[in-house]
Design a binder for this molecule. Structure first.
Ligand code: BTN
Length: 242
């Protein structure tokens, strides 16, 4: 499968641009890259600081599968980006994958992924937009959400290098996903997983669960074990690592 690069100086959000292109019938593989975003978006309605110097990209995919299957591609993307960051740093930096799809270095966030999907019938995937931001030159200064950048970690590089390496890693993993499904991706993700065996708090809409993060299930849900041994699979909601 090929990728079709759309290079932009400035855009509101590469995810929004990808969705506009998708609605106009753009094919799977469209890759939007902007040097700057005016209204970059994070998960849970948060803003994503988007100055020139960091990476902002969104990939449009049209996987021929139900939405719940396509959602697992978020882990493929997290692994691909972790590998890309590691490679461009000359193996100096090994990012951890924090569930569901943040990348962390020494407990500080270096990359975030925002997956958005559309379906025509509520079940089958029409398209998937996978937005990825990487702090290359800069990171936001927020005491509540500590972050870092490649430059701050002593591994300055160009945005284009990160993008090219990331795309190459996606091209590596997509055929594996198509041939073997989620299992090899789950395994690669787990070897980098942040906080396995450690205490975790999940704030769900109905209640809060406290326990230990014991892993990922076959669907990509976080498995939380309470002190009495009860296991919960969490596919949504906010999860905090203590
Ligand atoms: C998060 O960690 O909350 C997800 C951040 C996702 C940011 C990227 S930057 C490229 C793409 N366009 C956006 O507006 N957001 C994503």
């Amino acid at each position: 499968e090929g990728f079709y690069l759309h290079e932009l100086d400035v855009i509101d959000s590469t995810n929004d641009e990808a969705k506009r292109l998708a609605d106009k019938g753009a094919q799977s593989g469209a890759l939007i890259w902007a040097r700057q975003q005016t209204t970059g978006r994070g998960r849970r309605g948060r803003a994503w600081s988007s100055p020139v110097g960091n990476l902002y990209s969104s990939l449009l995919l049209r996987p021929d599968c139900p939405l719940f299957e396509a959602a697992k591609l978020t882990f493929l993307i997290a692994v691909a980006m972790a590998e890309a960051i590691e490679m461009v740093s000359g193996n100096q930096i090994r990012p951890d994958c924090k569930w569901p799809n943040d990348l962390m270095v020494n407990g500080r966030k270096i990359s975030g992924i925002l997956l958005e999907s559309a379906s025509n019938d509520g079940t089958q995937t029409d398209y998937l937009v996978i937005g990825a931001g990487v702090n290359v030159a800069f990171y936001p200064d927020d005491a509540e959400r500590p972050a870092t950048s490649l430059a701050a970690l002593g591994a300055p590089t160009s945005v284009k290098d990160v993008l090219q390496t990331y795309v190459a890693r996606i091209a590596h993993w997509l055929p594996i996903w198509e041939a073997q499904g989620f299992a090899p991706i789950r395994e690669a993700w787990l070897t980098r997983a942040y906080g396995v065996g450690e205490p975790v708090i999940a704030r769900l809409t109905q209640r809060t669960l406290e326990g230990t993060f014991v892993g990922l299930d076959d669907d990509g849900a976080l498995v939380l074990r309470e002190t009495d041994g009860t296991e919960h699979r969490i596919g949504a909601g906010e999860v905090f690592f203590k």
